[in-house]
Design a protein around this ligand. Structure first.
Ligand code: 4VN
Length: 324
């Protein structure tokens, strides 16, 4: 098997910052309610940019940071549940915006697990020896998918994008993965419903926004994430306490101490930036990874062991163990 490693990470978020107080001025909520229940203090909200715009910004940063030219990229995967169009894929639009002419491009929709699933797919193409260099980007404009009249959900989400370059290498940078789905319980968290409004047959069902059974999804996350990380580390012959950093999907800040306790990890080894971005779905793990690198908590080429974990709609969940 051909080894590979991450050679660059980058993130981008729209300029406009909306604080909890900004939301409280527009709806029946408060900074106290939002921050105590979720740890979120602000989120970035697009004022016109679409998902491909955020992803193109990340793509350009990735080329610069990794020292690659646009034509060196063999494969471009975008993870999103908020694409610009249902078709073409957002990845093809990013290809045009950044002139990634030699890559084949497609999207993956696994909601909040999308980046982890996409990185797993990119890994298989490189591990097979077929391709050398992949760009994997998670990008979302969650603000176009939420019902701004549903105060239980709209306060949770934000817009942003993050990504990595995964390249063939001598070093073994991708140590293990653990990917799961449970479609049986999909109705607990649904994104945008696009119904079969087939007027020819008299069918008129309603378009709908994000809906969440908060309690059920909360319980799912608290149960499945630690189980996934234990299975992941077990595959690599290490324990969760051996991790240098755990980068979970930034779904809700109240999960972090629960994960630490269940995994027997020091809380300081769990990366958190939900306070600044809110929940950005498929973008949250790569934004967090890029932030952790930017802050110097971890560094590329260090050999540090980092676990990524995405979880959410599908239901889907998945973890990847990296050696940086
Ligand atoms: C994964 C999860 C969540 C999520 C679920 C529940 C929840 C986020 C419920 C209780 C509520 C505060 C909010 Cl686990 C969302 C996604 C979507 O990316 C994925 N928050 N909460 C309260 O009343 O305290």
């Amino acid at each position: 098997m051909q080894n590979c490693r991450i050679t660059a990470a980058a993130s981008y978020a729209p300029q406009q910052v909306i604080t909890n107080n900004d939301l409280a001025a527009r709806m029946e909520t408060s900074d106290e309610w939002i921050s105590s229940r979720t740890g979120i203090r602000q989120r970035h909200i697009s004022s016109g940019e679409n998902t491909s715009d955020l992803c193109a910004e990340v793509m350009n940063q990735l080329l610069e940071k990794s020292g690659n030219n646009a034509e060196d990229i063999d494969l471009l995967i975008v993870a999103t549940y908020t694409p610009d169009y249902l078709t073409p894929s957002t990845a093809c639009i990013v290809q045009k915006k950044c002139d990634i002419k030699n890559a084949f491009c497609f999207d993956i929709n696994a909601a909040c697990s999308g980046f982890v699933y996409a990185l797993s797919v990119a890994h298989k193409y490189i591990a097979s020896g077929m391709y050398k260099r992949a760009a994997v980007i998670g990008g979302e404009i969650c603000s176009k998918s939420v019902d701004w009249n549903d105060r239980a959900t709209c306060v949770l989400f934000g817009d942003g994008a993050g990504g990595v370059i995964l390249e063939a290498s001598e070093q073994q940078g991708y140590l293990a993965e653990e990917l799961r789905s449970d479609g049986n319980n999909f109705e607990g968290l649904t994104g945008v419903c696009i119904p079969p409004s087939n007027l020819f047959n008299g069918i008129k069902r309603e378009f709908d926004y994000i809906r969440m059974d908060g309690r059920a999804i909360y319980d799912f996350a608290v149960h499945k994430v630690p189980e996934s990380i234990r299975a992941l580390t077990g595959k690599a012959g290490i324990t969760p306490a051996d991790l240098d950093l755990f980068v979970p999907h930034q779904a809700n800040g109240r999960f972090f101490p629960v994960f630490a306790k269940k995994l027997g990890m020091d809380s300081s080894k769990i990366f958190k930036n939900i306070d600044k971005y809110g929940n950005t779905s498929a973008a949250s793990v790569p934004i967090a990874l890029a932030d952790a690198l930017e802050q110097g908590i971890i560094s590329l080429g260090s050999g540090q062991k980092v676990a990524l974990c995405g979880f959410g709609s599908g239901l889907t969940w998945g973890s990847i163990l990296l050696s940086l």
